[in-house]
Design a protein around this ligand. Sequence first.
Ligand code: ADP
Ligand code: MG
Length: 238
Amino acid sequence: MSGVTLQKVVKRFGEAQVIHGVDLTIEDGEFCVFVGPSGCGKSTLLRMVAGLEETSGGAIRIGSRDVTNADPSERGVAMVFQTYALYPHMTVAENMGFGLKMTGHPKAQIDAKVKEAARILKLDELLSRKPKALSGGQRQRVAIGRAIVRGPEVFLFDEPLSNLDAELRVEMRVEIARLHREIGATMIYVTHDQVEAMTLADKIVVLRKGRVEQVGKPLELYHDPDNRFVAGFIGSPA
Ligand code: ADP
Ligand code: MG
């Protein structure tokens, strides 16, 4: 079991409080999308789940484990960022396997995991290429592959497609939906793209100024937003 639970999670940066007691339950295997205006705290929440940012209050659980103060490497999460920062001198396969290599996994095991991730992401033909010989979409696929290879219980995506052009975004959105169906892991996905939110999410969390404004299934929010703010984010004309 690897759902994610946030209990009264608070974040302060110095004097500024940016997350104000967020309570949230994300079920095991659920695809949960965070939306909300720039600066509302989406990335900060993800980074706290990943352990890249300490919490100032409250608790975070993954499955039955309290990970509030756990090291990022002990949480069973992998994060995919908007900028994918591949190592230019390494091949696709080396980029994907690098994390496991650094943690001392045997080569045969790394190769098997890289091969499996490449199959899922249709990168089989590109494994020996360098990043500069890839398109933007292929590079972001490699970045996702890097996360898959680590075998996380929870995937965290922070606007992973916002650097891609519109056509590629649609293609990658389909890929990510397929990835979720195929591996069934819990996923938390930040986007400002309403179509991505509506089509990918089992559950959408609308955030506003560090608080949860509304949580619901895409069509619930679409047809029955609590207020105009939510309606503005989920696209039904208020
Ligand atoms: P979002 O991802 O929704 O755009 P963020 O989580 O990046 O929002 O930011 C939430 C708030 O926290 C913003 O007001 C931002 O300026 C502030 N913030 C984020 N990171 C830091 C930091 N390292 N130091 C100080 N303030 C920060
Ligand atoms: Mg952000």
